[in-house]
Ligand binder design. Structure first.
Ligand SMILES: Cc1cc2nc3c(=O)[nH]c(=O)nc-3n(C[C@H](O)[C@H](O)[C@H](O)COP(=O)(O)OP(=O)(O)OC[C@H]3O[C@@H](n4cnc5c(N)ncnc54)[C@H](O)[C@@H]3O)c2cc1C
Length: 468
């Protein structure tokens, strides 16, 4: 018995060490679950031993009284062993589950589109509003509303039926919260205005979300995806650097690291115009209050009097600022406006940070009011290419004036699906039946063999047949 107890004790110590080593700490919720599992096992084993002892004593009716005296001790020993077994089993199960989550593996992703109901709409700043989404109905009875886990930094692709639009509008939005057992997804969307220098309509989907989507609205979404993700198991310090709405994946990353690997040093550096435009200030401060390894820095470019004491520096987030805060080796995650990304990526590289430690996501490709012919020329040296839209039974001629394959398809009365226009979200993935295309930007979405991401490609051969 002593050897068995020693083995169980050693197993518990090993488990505790392994949980620590993966960075998968027990949360209060999992500690309560472990306690319950242990108490249940104690009850079951204790009762079984008592019952067995009673039946055996009743059957053999031993004359020696010491047998009857030993019975309560046997029950107690059974209860204790049950409690220990429950702990060992529970901690092993918990470790397996949490290291699986820490590795970012996804569970139970649904195929295609799934309807979500907006359960809450919360204003986060002057221009950013959050939308909380829950599945309209669980796909399987065992689902009970729990959603697939996701890697911090991933996004959802959503579809909006906007009155007046010929086809559903597809857009990509980062998941702006994190839980290792999500039952709700949160998207936080900036109302996109028209560019100051152009007479064009304001952002279609973002303004529709702000103005017309309310609690109770139903939105179809594809499962979480995307490769701009934080490996929560890595021990390297992290710089989460953002401006404007680029804060959304950073909140998710900061929360995931805090929950799953709290020993990891994090610098959360964010730039906003001023307090009115600063989303999630209180939320990230609450996370930092729980995690002494999470350091915050807020830079306001145009602070107002009422912001006094609520930010750390005046001006934009620059490489100099970041380097003055993070002087050690770190992984840098960047998300924000185009000028911000260009300057930080260049600056960090020039400061000697290797490419392998700089990760970035750009939310919006600047739309060109006039086509840029130089990037659209057919790359085989010819003036034009024949594009065959196989399903539609249409053939059209691509010339140097053509901007992108989705625009080209739309100009030919087709409605191909696309969203990010940067080869990130994968919405425009399409089978290529004949010919070849060339990527004008390096895509990051997964590309199946025999398929192409049309939003960042142009024809490479004189004839291209697409499954559109
Ligand atoms: C991976 C990823 C994650 C993202 N995460 C988020 C997020 O968390 N939160 C968020 O708010 N956004 C996010 N985005 C951006 C989002 O997907 C949308 O691009 C954004 O909401 C704008 O969409 P829209 O339909 O409102 O604007 P669009 O209608 O696509 O217009 C975009 C801009 O172009 C202007 N425009 C319109 N017509 C023209 C024209 N002819 N010429 C030039 N300009 C024109 C509009 O005024 C607007 O400023 C993400 C994007 C990606 C790729």
């Amino acid at each position: 018995m002593a050897t068995r107890l020693k083995k169980i004790r050693n197993s518990l110590v090993r488990n505790a060490t392994a949980v620590k080593a993966t960075g998968a700490e027990l949360t209060p919720a999992s500690a309560v679950a472990l306690g319950l599992m242990s108490a249940t096992a104690a009850l079951i084993v204790g009762l079984s031993v008592t019952l067995t002892a009673t039946v055996v004593l009743g059957l053999i009716k031993p004359k020696d009284e010491s047998f009857y005296k030993a019975a309560p001790y046997a029950s107690l020993a059974g209860t204790g062993a049950g409690a220990l077994l429950g702990l060992v089993y529970g901690s092993q199960a918990s470790r397996k589950k949490r290291s699986h989550q820490a590795s970012g593996e996804q569970t139970k992703a649904w195929p295609g589109w799934r309807d979500f109901v907006v359960t809450r709409k919360v204003k986060e700043s002057e221009e950013i509003t959050s939308f909380y989404l829950q599945p309209k109905e669980p796909k399987e009875p065992k689902d009970k509303g729990e959603l697939p886990t996701f890697q911090p930094g991933q996004f959802l692709i959503i579809q909006l039926e906007i009155p007046g639009e010929a086809k559903p509008i597809v857009r990509t939005y980062s998941l702006s919260d994190y839980s290792d057992r999500p039952d709700t997804y949160r998207l936080s969307i900036k109302r996109e205005p028209s560019p100051a220098d152009l007479d064009v309509p304001a952002g279609l989907a973002s303004n529709f979300m702000h103005d017309h989507i309310q609690a109770g609205s139903v939105i179809p979404a594809k499962p979480p995806s995307g490769k701009f993700t934080l490996d929560v198991r890595s021990p390297l310090p992290i710089g989460l650097i953002s401006n404007g709405v680029g804060i959304t994946p950073m909140i998710s990353m900061a929360k995931a690291a805090t929950q799953l690997n709290p020993d990891r040093p994090i610098w959360f550096v964010h730039g906003a115009k001023n307090g009115q435009f600063h989303a999630f200030r209180d939320e990230i401060m609450a996370v930092a209050a729980q995690n002494p390894n999470l350091k915050l820095h807020f830079a306001y470019s145009r602070p107002q009097a009422e912001d006094s004491g609520r930010y750390h520096s005046t001006g934009h987030v620059t490489t100099e600022l970041v380097r003055s805060l993070i002087s050690y080796e770190a992984e840098y995650f960047l998300c924000g406006s185009s000028p911000f990304l260009t300057s930080l990526r260049e600056g960090l590289k020039n400061a000697g940070v290797p490419d392998s430690r700089i990760f970035f996501e750009s939310f919006m490709k600047t739309r060109k009011a006039t086509p840029n012919s130089s990037s659209s020329e057919v790359s085989n040296g010819q003036e034009s290419a024949e594009i065959v839209f196989n399903r539609a039974g249409k053939t059209a001629t691509w010339t140097a004036d053509s901007t992108s394959l989705p625009d080209f398809a739309e100009a030919n009365d087709l409605s191909p699906p696309y969203s990010c226009r940067q080869g990130i979200c994968g919405t425009c993935l399409c089978k290529i039946i004949e010919g070849e295309v060339e990527y004008v930007e390096t895509p990051t979405a997964e590309i199946e063999v025999g398929s192409v991401l049309t939003c960042v490609s142009k024809p490479k051969t004189a004839k291209v047949v697409l499954d559109l």
